[in-house]
Ligand binder design. Structure first.
Ligand code: SF4
Length: 388
């Protein structure tokens, strides 16, 4: 928070990235007062949840991470004490995602380390949401570091609207906790996580983000050429939404409501570039789920395992250029709304939660969670992907 005329304001710094993205990151970090001085260790949490190239707009650009590293090193941090931590999206190998995005190579060049949060020590916090006790395990590395830098890419997300600073730290949460939060209280859960995390700095990557149908490959990369920095994740997210002409997502509003940051424009000061230079027209998120035309995905409040398993299978088939010969519905989660189903389509039931429909529709892929290889096999068969 900065003080101006006696009134505390959250500062969001912005810069055009131009051809020197690390240089732009250094500028925005200096604008918010600089970071790293006096710290002995730092954890950078980018969004590297998928093994995909940064030009997709789905993952954080390694040049943004490089800018953060260079800034930290110039302020005295030993590169060996800088860790880039992440855990891949359900079913995705984090190491593969680090390698494909260029993060591994970047860390090697600077002598920094990568860390897969999966299977590592966690710190357990508890919150009460709608009367339900929710256990939230967060990677211990987040609490151990002297400084945490949250480095989200700015992208649309079919569940949360936009994914930015508040959403990005979900990647530091253990899988079982993510499963529960996805199932019962995604927006509220994200808001509470933002509140219980140690204070951290955000560097927002809007060099190439994603718009429309995100975080799928059917989304459209947005070449916005900007980077942001703020010590307030809620101010960061809400300011970008306003600049980009999209609604502030529910989880960010909730984070503001519980005091994780501020979102009132009167309480936020945007510095760096003139605001007229920062406006962008972002295509809004689509609530649509299925990345594969002809397959209607019907989510009955599934937890993250089924949700991402189905999503990733359909995304993989779409990437492979598979064109369904038959249109189908795929159902997952406990609370299926049958009115969302197309009575003319054959159905796949995915996961034990859908077992009660077995007699009616057949085609149950059992398991909790069901195996991804089995989902691929059944979907391919039902849509006629292997028929000549
Ligand atoms: S079947 Fe298991 S993994 Fe799938 S939605 Fe239900 S609880 Fe989650």
């Amino acid at each position: 928070m900065e003080r101006g005329h006696g009134k505390a304001k959250a500062v969001v710094a912005a810069a055009s990235a131009g051809t020197d993205i690390p240089g732009a990151v250094d500028r925005v970090l200096k604008l918010i007062g600089g970071i790293g001085t006096g710290a002995e260790s730092a954890l950078i949490k980018p969004n590297v949840v998928f093994a995909i190239r940064p030009s997709s707009g789905i993952v954080t650009n390694p040049l943004v991470i490089e800018g953060i590293m260079k800034h930290l090193i110039s302020n005295g941090l030993d590169p060996g004490n800088i860790v880039v931590g992440e855990s891949g999206s359900m079913g995705f190998d984090t190491g593969k995602a680090f390698r494909k995005t260029g993060t591994t190579e970047l860390c090697r060049r600077y002598g920094a380390k990568t860390l897969d949060f999966y299977g590592k020590d966690m710190v357990t916090k508890r919150v009460t949401i709608d009367g339900r006790d929710i256990r939230i395990d967060i990677a211990k590395a987040v609490f151990d570091a002297d400084l945490v830098v949250n480095a989200p890419v700015i992208k649309t997300h079919f569940q949360t609207g936009i994914s930015m600073a508040v959403k990005n730290m979900f990647g530091a949460v253990g899988f079982e906790s993510r499963k529960t939060i996805h199932k019962y209280c995604l927006d509220e859960g994200l808001a509470h996580i933002s509140k219980i995390l140690p204070r951290h700095v955000t560097v927002g990557d809007a060099t190439i983000g994603l718009q429309g149908f995100g975080p799928s490959i059917k989304g459209m990369p947005g070449k916005w050429g900007l980077v942001f920095a703020s010590k307030d994740p809620v101010a960061h997210d809400s300011a970008i939404c306003r600049l980009f002409g999209v609604d502030v997502p529910e989880h960010v509003k909730m984070a503001a409501d519980i005091g994780a940051g501020v979102m009132d424009p009167a309480s936020i000061e945007i510095i760096g570039e003139k605001q007229s230079m920062l406006s962008r027209k972002m295509k809004p998120p689509l609530g649509q789920f299925s990345p594969l035309d002809g397959v209607n995905a019907i989510d009955g409040g599934a937890c993250a395992y089924c949700l991402y398993a189905v999503y990733l299978v359909l995304q993989r088939l779409a990437t492979q250029g598979v064109k369904p010969k038959r249109r189908i519905d795929i159902l997952f989660g406990r609370d299926i709304d049958e009115s969302a189903c197309d009575p003319k389509r054959e159905k796949i039931l995915c996961g034990d939660c859908t077992e009660r429909f077995k007699e009616k529709y057949g085609n149950l892929i059992s398991g909790c969670p069901p195996k991804k290889s089995e989902i691929i096999r059944v979907v391919r068969k039902m849509i006629g992907a292997d028929e000549r």
